[in-house]
Design a protein around this ligand. Structure first.
Ligand SMILES: [Zn+2]
Ligand SMILES: [Zn+2]
Length: 133
């Protein structure tokens, strides 16, 4: 299991090794492996995770995180998310993360992005432990 520090380290490594990607991150809700957090979010948003996490869960948690004002627009907006460095707007958390992971953005290590990833991960794991108990 990864703690917050090692997630940040892995993300930093990924930023340098995007050409030869190895799938090193495990989904927060199952055992599937992905190369990027954005790919895990994609998998969760498409309701393909056996944990039962849905797009609604992800959106709700992303707005619940106390750092949300740095990366969200309004709940009712078509594009609910924005780059914390104001490069662009996005419909999905996965799209936001994919953008921040790209070399053109660089916000992947920003506190609010680290926080929302850690928060969603915690929520998925909480869901898992309450389902199995
Ligand atoms: Zn999964
Ligand atoms: Zn950006």
């Amino acid at each position: 299991m990864l703690n917050t520090v090692s997630i940040a380290t892995v993300a930093a490594e990924n930023a340098h090794t995007q050409t030869h990607v190895h799938r090193s991150k495990e989904c927060y809700g199952c055992y599937k492996k992905y190369a990027f957090d954005s790919a895990i979010l994609d998998h969760l948003e498409y309701d393909t995770c056996p944990s039962g996490v849905t797009l609604e869960n992800i959106n709700w948690w992303a707005f619940e995180c106390y750092q949300h004002r740095y990366y969200t627009n309004n709940w009712d907006d078509e594009y609910q998310y924005r780059c914390p460095r104001n490069h662009d707007n996005f419909k999905y958390v996965s799209a936001l993360l994919r953008h921040t992971e790209s070399p053109t953005c660089g916000a992947n290590q920003d506190r609010c992005i680290q926080k929302v990833k850690a928060y969603i991960e915690k929520k998925v794991r909480d869901l898992e432990s309450s389902a199995s108990s």
